[in-house]
Design a protein around this ligand. Structure first.
Ligand code: BMA
Length: 318
């Protein structure tokens, strides 16, 4: 296959994690955050329990391919009154961003009012401390940048994607991770493969050409939603500025484990790891039912980020 159009190669032993790999009873495992900690690969798995509500469980690997899952969940919906109602229906889709020696974990908190974005942190992958619920409802896909920019923490998020078309990727800033402001739209749905809504998938990686992130584009089809992946490059100093993005999706459901499952036709990465040889390992949930891995060369991806935003954050609808 042409690497310029299909830059990702699937791991030949995909899927790497299934429900049967979880040491306790559950429904599915999917959408995992990824990072390295003390020379090991870490996945923070979204595990959906038998009751249909999600929690987060750790898995470790020496080589990034074979993971051993911990015996019990790590982060459960909070019982603290500050959080309890907002996490009552589960916590989902984690992302991990290391800043200095702290690993920040962003996640979707689900409750009767709808989805909100939560932020917490760990330094040792034992103790997890919540910081705040950083958004109000109808907001998901929070990722933090791995360093402060202009003295502020910087976050991408996706308000307004529930139940209707039109969810865009936004950027917002905070001096302390609690109070967020100066929010602006970065990228909106466009006619075609991402016509319904967008969301940032993976935390930004610093490259020579800009902050590289992967995002999911959703198209509403006659048989449901189709989730596919594009790449987006943001300016290093002014990340509201788009350096380039892929003019087409660069990864989408093809294999049977991506086509068939609890939610068919979904690939949903929440974590990437950049290796010293410039290989990107992308861990993704497939059909909301298992976790798979695909690899690409960083330079192939950067080479595909050629489209410039022409209409400054406006909703580009047909
Ligand atoms: C999104 C999120 C993901 C999920 C995807 C497909 O809105 O809820 O967790 O993988 O839908 O169902």
């Amino acid at each position: 296959m042409d690497a310029s159009l299909h830059p990702f190669r699937r791991y030949d032993k995909n899927p790497i994690l299934l429900r049967s790999d979880i040491p306790y009873l559950c429904n599915t495992v999917f959408n995992a955050a990824a990072c390295k900690f003390k020379d090991r690969y870490v996945l923070l798995l979204r595990v959906e329990g038998l009751n249909g509500l999600s929690h987060l469980t750790l898995a470790y690997s020496e080589d990034g391919y074979e993971f051993a899952v911990e015996d019990s969940p790590w982060i459960m919906p909070s019982q603290d009154p500050t959080y309890e109602v907002y996490e009552r229906y589960g916590i989902e889709d984690p992302r991990i961003t290391p800043i200095g020696d702290t690993f920040y974990i962003t996640y979707t908190a689900f409750g009767p009012y709808g989805p909100r974005g939560g932020i917490g942190y760990t330094k040792d992958f034992h103790h997890f401390q919540r910081v705040t619920l950083a958004t109000t409802v109808d907001d998901k896909d929070l990722v933090l940048f791995p360093e402060k920019i202009g003295g502020n923490y910087v976050m991408l998020n996706r308000p307004g994607g529930i139940g209707k078309d039109g969810g865009s990727i936004w950027i917002t800033y905070s001096p302390d991770l609690v109070y967020w402001g100066k929010a602006k739209v970065v990228l909106s749905p466009e006619p075609g493969w991402s016509s319904s809504k967008l969301g940032i998938s993976t935390p930004p990686i610093k490259t020579e050409r800009g902050w590289l992130t992967f995002y999911h584009g959703v198209k509403q089809t006659g048989s449901g939603r189709l989730y596919r992946i594009g790449a987006l490059l943001l300016d290093l100093k002014n990340p509201e500025q788009i350096v380039g993005y892929t003019s087409h999706f660069i990864f989408g459901p093809e294999e049977s484990y991506e086509r068939t499952g609890d939610v068919p036709n979904v690939v949903f990465p929440c974590g990437v790891i950049l290796e010293p040889d410039r290989t990107i390992k992308m861990y993704y949930g497939a059909a909301d039912t298992c976790i798979a891995l695909a690899e690409a060369n960083l330079d192939d991806i950067l080479g595909l980020c050629t489209t410039r935003q022409k209409r400054g954050g406006q909703l580009l609808k047909a």
